[in-house]
Design a protein around this ligand. Structure first.
Ligand code: ATP
Length: 390
């Protein structure tokens, strides 16, 4: 098991990880999610003893990595697939690693087979594609047949077949009772691979829960309503009636309306009362990817100034009036999950106290660097803005 308690890392004035506490248990794949720069790699480096925490601690099986007996046989990691001597053959690269850790040479051929690189085992790795490099990095992680495995973005650069292979590999390693901790940006991929999720934003814990709980807590129901294309006024009339009745209405690109906050029979009754014909009234669920992006959107450091809410805001159909944002689940809607409020207990991105799976901040923890009097970064804040704000 990997256990972090109050883990904090500062680089000068920059706090990369703040007061992270979580456990990664054996027998399941645990996904580690967060936007760019949220502190995933820093956390993984601290787990592997490559960076020393500024405060708190992280242990594997009860020991800090550097004190683990025979660490390379117990822990395997893929951190940076490019960190390979490009002039060496793939097999020689693995042989060197094996010799350093007292691992027999036959294991090198075994792992080359597992990752499917037997054919290119005697080719120099500098000629490898990104995906081949990832496979070589995974082979290195598997070399010591370790019980604990860490993978930082293992599907980076892999084609769909490679992504499927990594997914199945992670699952089978976990099914063998190993601890498998995998970082990714891709919520959709993690939903298929992991059973448990740890989500961070700006170095702080946003969620620590099973994928099933995350899905049921974050998926939001909505109705899609379509009026006849031939009469745009009908759509406006219905939109007004639904809003007046307490619903939130968002126009969709194809002319339909996305309605939240009203059950389907009520929408039907309101349309009937307003004398509006319906061509469609159907129930839907917001995607998990969308829920994840909403959860982390306040904790994103790097965002294009061209498309400030890429993926979060839909194109309006010609002539449609801009509407308020699609409501965030939990805000003003009974039965919807509330994502972490911006200023919970002075920690802009902390989960609400008592939220499932999120441990309370230990007594005597250091002051929160994010609790400075400055306003939290707005979703529109660009990298340069946020640096200036710091
Ligand atoms: N050696 C370092 N010196 C100074 N700042 C650093 C250092 N390493 C990381 N950081 C900063 O710490 C923050 C967290 O970085 P980290 O690489 O851990 O994030 P990440 O979640 O892995 O990002 P990505 O998804 O883009 O790989 C970033 O703001 C980064 O610039």
């Amino acid at each position: 098991m990997i256990e972090a308690v109050g883990l904090t890392k500062r680089y000068g004035a920059k706090t990369a990880v703040y007061n992270l506490s979580f456990q990664v248990r054996p027998g399941t794949v645990t996904g580690f999610l967060g936007p760019n720069g949220s502190g995933k790699s820093t956390t993984m480096r601290m787990i592997l003893g490559l960076d020393a925490p500024s405060a708190g601690q992280v242990t594997i099986g009860g020991y800090p990595y550097r004190k683990l007996p025979n660490a390379p046989r117990q822990v395997g990691a893929l951190l940076d697939a490019k960190a390979v001597h490009g002039g060496r053959h793939a097999r020689n690269h693995l042989l060197c690693l094996a010799q350093l850790s007292g691992i027999p040479a036959r294991r090198v051929d075994e792992v080359l087979g597992v990752v499917g690189l037997q054919e290119v085992a005697r080719k120099r790795s500098k000629g490898f594609s990104l995906g081949m490099g990832q496979r070589l990095g995974i082979a290195a992680a598997l070399l010591g047949d370790p019980q604990v495995l860490l993978f930082d973005e293992p599907v980076n650069g892999l084609d769909p077949e490679g992504i499927l292979w990594v997914r199945n590999l992670m699952k089978s390693l976990a099914a063998e009772g190993r601890t498998v901790f995998v970082s990714s940006h891709l919520m959709s991929e993690m939903a298929l691979t992991a059973e448990h999720l740890i989500v961070i934003g700006r170095g702080q814990l946003l969620a620590d829960m099973s994928v099933t709980d995350f899905i049921s807590a974050n998926s939001a129901d909505f109705a899609r309503v379509r009026t006849p294309d031939t009469d745009p006024q009908q759509r406006e009339k219905l939109s007004g009636a639904l809003t007046e009745a307490g619903g939130q209405v968002l126009p969709e690109p194809d002319g339909a309306l996305r309605v939240t906050g009203l059950p389907l029979p009520r929408i039907s009754d309101l349309a009937h009362q307003a004398d509006v014909r319906l061509w469609e009234l159907s129930p839907h669920q917001a995607s998990l990817e969308e829920a994840y992006m909403r959860m982390t959107q306040g904790a994103v450091d790097y965002r294009s100034t061209v498309d400030q809410r890429a993926g979060l805001q839909e194109q309006l159909p010609p002539g449609a009036q801009p509407q308020p944002h699609m409501p965030v689940p939990g805000q003003g809607q009974p039965g919807w999950y509330a994502p972490p409020p911006p200023q919970q207990g002075g920690q802009p991105f902390a989960m609400p106290q008592g939220a499932p799976g999120v441990p309370p901040a230990p007594a005597g923890t250091q002051p929160n660097p994010y609790a400075a009097p400055q306003a939290p970064a707005s979703p529109e804040m660009t990298k340069r803005d946020s640096e200036e704000a710091r």
